[in-house]
Design a protein around this ligand. Sequence first.
Ligand code: FAS
Ligand code: PHB
Length: 393
Amino acid sequence: MNHRTQVGIVGAGPAGLMLSHLLHLAGIESVVLEARSRQYVEERVRAGLLEQTTVNLLNETGVGERMKRLGLVHHGIELRFGGRGHRIDLSELTGGSTVTIYAQHEVIKDLIAARIAAGGQIVFEAADVSIHDFNGPKPKIRYRIDGTDNELSCDFIAGCDGFHGVCRPSIPNGVLTMYDRIYPFAWLGILAEATPSSDELIYAYHERGFALHSMRSPNITRLYLQCAPDENLADWPDEKIWDELQLRLAAGKDWKLNRGAVIQKGITEMRSFVAEPMQSGTLFLAGDAAHIVPPTGAKGLNLAVADVRVLARALTDYYANSNRELLTKYSETCLRRVWKVQRFSWWMTSMLHRFADDNAFDQRRQLAELDYVTSSRAASQTLAENYVGLPME
Ligand code: FAS
Ligand code: PHB
């Protein structure tokens, strides 16, 4: 079946769904093509922390109601090292900004519900998606659904299909420059039915490795610990995970981590990646399709949303005023934020993780950096302003 729309979007993650939502609000038609099922994308456990800018956008565009009800607003975080905790007062240091704990899959549910309520078109379980002719005026997307071949003609294609998608690799050789850094460790993450042991997030630097205490609700704790990049989850029974987290997170001998049933377990690789430019002809890459950050700074989802705000504004200017200037500058505009977020995510990761080839000097230098960040107002303010989200251009 052949059909047509204005913007063809590959991927129903935060980037693709937020883009479709923003375009709808501007009166621009789109079709989202998603490889997985609706249930799969609505249940996939991933990010959990929303920047102030992302929270504002969800509220301003009418999809923030559940987040306001269920999200946990946080005014500070704690850095733990040398067995002691140091609070960073995010709100005080940023003139009132906060972050909100609200799981990525909840944002996905809210955006899918909003698109369906507005009559939006999301094709789930689209197989063998491929993109064509995006260096000409009539790009198209081919895919199969229920065994039937389909072709979607459009004016523009948004590649929102994540790091392992098809859009970035479809760009001809020689166009893209890739910047890549793979870290010598990963995160082992668990979701547990346990009351959070702290009201706020705890980032812990420890000689045994990094650990992070986060949460999803008053009854669900989200925890991560630094592990080997090729760690085998089978080597980590629940008790061993709890014991290791207790060792790394403890501040003083009386501090106890609340334990409970582990309901999800996974390993997340740590990588910094950028593909430049983020566009080719009428194809525009957004989110993980264009860049990956290590999750230490909680930026992946937030950067994806920032990209599609820029893209939606550019497409709106094109359709409303036949002005291509913002589209032409899309990549340049996004990359200014992308590289600042890459720097912050790399900095948080480098400061808080143990590197096997570091020597005693490096470890003392890390401790000095943590001591500086938690004792200098200027230094803690730079952490805070990046953590809550830099202002949008
Ligand atoms: P996504 O990967 O979310 O979405 C891409 C979508 O495209 C997916 O639904 C996929 O099924 C679909 N797709 C792929 N190929 C396709 C094809 N050929 N055809 C059609 N559809 C296709 N970020 C944080 O900030 N904090 C975290 O703690 C954190 N934890 C993470 C844990 C894991 C295991 C992973 C993988 C990522 C994590 N991230 C985290 C980063 C993550 O949240 C991403 O930054 C965010 O999902 C980016 O959103 P999108 O760019 O929309 O890409
Ligand atoms: C999470 O809650 O999943 C989370 C929070 C902060 C991070 C990374 C992950 O830096």
